[in-house]
Design a binder for this molecule. Sequence first.
Ligand SMILES: *Cc1c(COP(=O)(O)O)cnc(C)c1O
Length: 223
Amino acid sequence: MSDATALSGLEHVRGEIARACRDAGRAVGDVELVAVSKTFPAEAIPPVIAAGQRVFGENRVQEAKGKWPALTAATAGIKLHLIGPLQSNKAKEAVALFDAIHSVDRASLCDALSKEIQKQGRSPVLFAQINTGAEPQKAGVLPEEADAFLAACRDNYGLTMAGLMCIPPAEEAPGPHFALTAKIAKRNGLQLLSMGMSADFADAIALGATHVRVGSAIFGGRH
Ligand SMILES: *Cc1c(COP(=O)(O)O)cnc(C)c1O
């Protein structure tokens, strides 16, 4: 993947986000593009930063720790989002490194995050991941357990949840999964919706996404 390809990918995605916002009657500023740089080497990222992108997604704590500290030191205002599953024993590193965590999905993780947030005095923006397709191999809270989970985050762990995240099943139309996630967020008073990837971010914007997580449409295919 050349720098030029990443830049034309970024331009294209920005244009499609603007178009989807117009079509949905939403302001372009309502939707944050999280550029997913997972699996790409650190060298692939500076051209995208130079083009003005500041919000990036990674799915592994270890990989992000290796790639990002030098990049965030070089440019002010970079925001890192953890979009992949988080083990409780990595909560300390995750709270130190990330500005948002999209994958909060179980009590033991809430407990670990809550302790680290207090200890470090850092408060990443938290999303609960909903397993809308009830897929056994996928992380996330089942839709029917979401309300109780969100109440427990607040009441048992003192966590302020900001929104919900979902990853629809690959083989299904994503729309109903986005709509279900939006419905659960609305009835729980949550403002943020992390939904939509390279193939379906326009659909997600139509259904209320505030954060779209786009990797391959910017950086190219992953191996
Ligand atoms: C990899 C990944 C993305 C980006 O996927 P693309 O199809 O490359 O845009 C988004 N969300 C999560 C949780 C991911 O793991």
